[in-house]
Design a protein around this ligand. Structure first.
Ligand SMILES: Cc1cc2nc3c(=O)[nH]c(=O)nc-3n(C[C@H](O)[C@H](O)[C@H](O)COP(=O)(O)OP(=O)(O)OC[C@H]3O[C@@H](n4cnc5c(N)ncnc54)[C@H](O)[C@@H]3O)c2cc1C
Ligand code: FES
Length: 496
């Protein structure tokens, strides 16, 4: 499942870690967050090392649909209600500055990434959502954005109007990221898995390629690998996308509807790109509301798109992880004296990842930044109760209940392509049978905090419902916060 962007192309030559490295700032993760911070810090004279367990852009930045926008999943009217008009203005200012930062990098560094300005439309097909959207248009405008209500949404089907955001943008995210990373190529280390971070003076990072010490560390891993407390305020979701050749006239814009979960649509080159189908990691793969047009998430978004844009045959389909914060705002800032992290971007990681790189670079450099307080990790939980109830009771529930659950005690019941929790030889195992009939058995106990993983049939992975760690059928970590693989278990297949 490779995204539209993940094609072989030119890549800068990155560095090789030989051990014994000391830098001013170690950055974990080479997505848009980590690379933005690295470039800004390097421009300010800091020595940096970006440590990436796979390759540059192999995380969510290589899977995004790359709407670069000031719009917010959390909605400006909600931010205003909870954080006041001043709060909404600070958030809008940070989003705007991030979009401009991307534009400025593209321009200054001549990054060839198909960057283009265009409007964004948050539209509805339903009459009963119009009042909400009008209120969002007013709140976004009051927050200082060039946003307005419009009945003129340039889509080839009936809408009831929407909020139009001016001067949004889109690009090819991997070409952008690699272009940016080439500025600091000598400081980017691929295939270096950070296994632990010890805060101190200096901070000590144990990695798969030896020890690295640093004056400060920025954890830019999308889901933080080192902060257990923060995981009570964020929730990981899967989201799905496809690209398909599109011959007709292309509407000029980025488009987001009001369905729940919502659909996001844009065009790139000769392709339409549609996304949606979000659900909490480890819960709800394959489960769809009655009346949806297929039997999995891609079928649902494809059905949605075909109804509106005509026959489409996907050339690419992929999925990825987004992190929802409980109160609608990202967490960006200091976790302790020399340790920084950023997470919780919802579906706005292009803008918020850039904003995070800017903010953390400022904090490390001792500069002021208007968004520092609002995005701080130390801000109190909103209202204290509601959001924690909605998102976080999942952890104790899964932790307590899942460990007694088994699907079967016969490996025979695990058919080709399936995964089940099997009770075998006196222990519970996560067992997958691949298409050749071979069994792959793992301990189901997640290496983060010990919840049980669940089978993801759409992607053939083992996903943890507690904080979103994901593992391959061989136990390898695909998504954190876990940093260690699931234990592999040798298993006989008496049923074969
Ligand atoms: C299908 C989809 C569509 C999306 N569409 C949009 C959109 O249109 N607009 C938008 O703004 N956002 C969108 N997003 C969200 C956006 O892509 C992400 O929020 C953003 O890319 C996150 O960037 P990041 O740099 O924080 O994380 P990532 O790009 O995930 O980078 C983190 C890196 O850390 C590395 N890493 C993790 N653990 C370790 C470790 N222990 N040691 C070393 N390295 C480690 C990972 O390998 C990864 O490369 C979408 C996401 C998905 C999945
Ligand atoms: S991701 Fe936290 S317990 Fe699995």
């Amino acid at each position: 499942m490779t995204s539209l962007w993940m094609q072989n192309g030119e890549r800068p030559r990155f560095a090789t870690l030989a051990g014994g490295l000391h830098v001013d700032v170690a950055i974990i993760g080479a997505g848009i967050t980590g690379i933005t911070a690295a470039v800004l810090l390097a421009e300010r004279g800091k020595s940096v090392a970006v440590l990436e367990k796979e390759t540059v852009g192999s995380g969510e930045t290589g899977r995004t649909t790359a709407h670069i926008t000031e719009s917010l999943d959390a909605r400006y009217h909600s931010i205003r209600r909870h954080f006041g008009l001043d709060g909404a203005r600070v958030v809008a200012g940070a989003m705007h500055a991030a979009v401009e930062q991307v534009a400025s990098f593209v321009d200054k560094l001549a990054i060839d990434c198909d960057f283009r300005r265009l409007p964004g439309y948050f539209y509805t097909e339903k009459r009963n959502r119009v009042a909400d959207l009008k209120s969002e248009a007013a709140s976004a405008k009051d927050a200082g954005l060039a946003a307005s209500w419009t009945m003129d949404v340039p889509l080839p089907f009936l809408t009831r109007g929407g909020v139009r955001f001016e001067y949004q943008a889109r690009f090819h995210p991997l070409r952008y990221l690699l272009g940016l990373a080439s500025r600091v190529a000598a400081s980017v280390y691929e295939h270096v898995h950070v296994l632990s971070v010890e805060q101190g003076d200096p901070c000590v990072l144990e990695t798969s390629a030896g020890r690295v010490t640093a004056g400060a560390v920025f954890v830019a891993t999308n889901a933080p690998i080192n902060d257990i407390l923060l995981h009570t305020r964020i929730a990981p979701y899967r989201t799905y996308a496809f690209a398909a050749p599109f011959a007709g006239p292309q509407p000029d814009g980025l488009f987001w509807d009001t369905a729940e979960p919502y659909h996001y649509t844009r065009w790139h080159g000769e392709s339409i790109i549609v996304g949606g189908g979000d659900h909490k990691v480890g819960e709800g793969e394959g489960e769809l509301a009655a009346g949806t047009a297929g039997d999995d998430r891609w079928s649902e978004i494809l059905g949605y798109a075909r109804e509106r844009y005509g026959p489409l045959e996907p050339s690419h389909r992929w999925s990825g992880q987004i992190i929802e914060p409980a109160d609608g705002l990202p967490y960006i800032g200091a976790a302790s004296d020399h340790l920084y992290l950023a997470t919780g971007y919802s579906g706005q990681g292009m803008s918020l990842g850039t904003a995070a790189g800017m903010l953390v670079a400022d904090l490390i450099d001792g500069r002021s930044n208007e968004a520092a307080e609002l995005f701080s990790l130390k801000r109190p939980p909103l209202g204290g109760v509601k959001e924690l109830v909605t998102e976080n009771l999942g952890f104790p529930r899964h932790f307590l209940l899942d460990r007694f659950h088994t699907d079967t005690n016969r490996t025979f019941d695990v058919k080709g392509g399936e995964g089940k929790i099997v009770s075998a030889g006196g222990r519970r195992l996560a067992v997958h049978r691949d298409d050749t009939g071979t069994l792959h058995a793992l301990s189901p106990v997640c290496r983060h905090l010990g919840c049980d993983v669940a089978w993801n049939s759409a992607e053939r992975t083992w996903d943890c419902p507690c904080h979103g760690s994901r593992y391959s059928i061989d136990g390898k970590v695909l998504n954190g916060p876990a940093t260690e693989a699931l234990e592999r278990v040798a298993i006989d297949d008496p049923d074969q």
